[in-house]
Design a protein around this ligand. Structure first.
Ligand code: NAD
Length: 347
């Protein structure tokens, strides 16, 4: 069992502590938070509280340090954790820039310890369902994927509203959705166009609309909104032999699979201003429609994988090269929005 200490006992630090307490590969050494009320909360939950972050760095019995603080202090804590001879898991977004992340990876290489990023949304079942359909090619190769998360309550009213600690929705949710998209379409990104929204907040983006073009011409749309009182579907995917639609992350994905392309005669759709066959839906004679079962998922596999990677039994599931690509896309998003231009890239 690996011994884990958690830096930051806010929302996500407490989540990590709870997960570790249920883990079959890790035990919780304790936590530290700069806020007294959070240290008290940890004590009330029966968790050992260190005297400082330095006390965690000095504890050589700890195998893994988890960094779960606001984003602007990740670099210092991660680098100090690695330098003190510990393996480190950092919360997403691991860094505010690619340069920051490169310095963390350098520190890991010098120390010989492992660094991983908690891209836990790779275990979301909506994403895994879409990934399974792509891998099986049951509706053929991908043409376009649209991935959206729509909330209706603005940005949480904490540090996420401010620029300095690394707030805004590209950094908060974009990092998950872009990471997922680069897992679904594994080709080089050649074009980035991003428009940020500022409906409820001027200082940071409260949402964004991102268009990606990949090397073979596949396209993707990634969108986060926090002012959407009707949510658009979580996923919409066009493939060579069908389409996929997933209303929200609790639902099953719905598939319409083309059985015959040639026999495409349909009943025209009548509207007040005219009729159309071009835009009329196909009928069941040439389309097979069905739901796919939700895949199973166990987020504890994140810790299981990292512990095995530390012992040299397997590769890290969340690779630092993948994390770096996501950061490059995020940097391109901010630049594209600022310049109001589509950027040609090689990511
Ligand atoms: P939070 O504000 O709830 O908690 C952060 C805590 O860190 C606070 O209690 C604060 O006092 C403490 N802190 C700040 N600086 C510190 C320092 N130098 N040393 C020790 N403690 C310090 O924020 P949160 O929602 O828990 O977010 C923390 C991190 O987790 C962020 O990077 C965020 O993006 C990430 N997060 C990830 C997920 C996910 O699903 N992977 C979900 C939520 C948050």
């Amino acid at each position: 069992m690996k011994k884990v200490a958690v830096i930051g006992y806010g929302g996500q630090g407490a989540w990590h502590c709870a997960q570790i307490l249920k883990s079959d590969v890790a035990v919780l050494a304790g936590t530290y938070d700069i806020k007294e009320n959070r240290r008290e909360a940890a004590k009330e939950n029966g968790i050992f509280v260190y005297e400082s972050n330095e006390a965690i760095f000095a504890d050589s019995s700890v195998d893994i340090i988890v960094v779960a603080t606001p984003n602007d202090v990740h670099e210092d804590l991660v680098v100090n954790g690695l330098k003190s001879g510990h393996n480190v898991i950092c919360e997403k977004p691991v860094a505010l820039s690619v340069d920051e992340f490169d310095r963390m990876v350098d520190a890991a290489n010098i120390s010989g310890k492992k660094l991983s990023v908690h891209q836990n949304r790779r275990w979301d079942i909506d994403f895994l369902g879409v990934k399974g359909v792509i891998r099986s090619e049951e509706i053929g190769k991908v043409i376009r994927i649209e991935s959206r998360i729509h909330g209706s309550r603005g940005i949480p009213s904490d540090w996420r509203c401010e620029k300095a600690p690394g707030g805004g929705m590209i950094l908060d949710w974009g990092v998950h959705l872009i990471d997922q998209m680069l897992q679904l379409i594994t080709e080089k990104v050649v074009s980035v166009n991003c428009v940020n929204t500022h409906i409820t907040n001027q200082e940071v983006d409260d949402g964004f609309r991102l268009e990606l073009i990949f090397e073979s011409g596949k396209t993707a749309h990634v969108e986060v909104g926090t002012y959407n009182f009707i949510a658009m579907p979580r996923f919409y995917m066009q493939c060579e032999n069908g389409s996929l639609y997933l209303t929200d992350w609790q639902q099953k994905a719905h598939i319409a699979k083309l059985t015959r392309w040639i026999e495409k005669d349909v009943t025209p759709v009548q509207n007040a201003a005219g009729i159309t066959k071009t835009m009329a839906p196909r009928d069941h004679l040439t389309l097979d429609e069905y739901d796919i079962e939700k895949p199973s998922s166990d987020v504890h596999n994140f810790y299981r994988n990292f512990c095995d990677a530390i012992d040299g039994k397997t590769e890290q599931f969340i690779k630092n090269s993948e994390v770096r690509r996501v950061l490059l896309v995020m940097e391109a998003c901010f630049k594209s929005d600022e310049l109001k231009q589509t950027l040609s890239v090689e990511i």
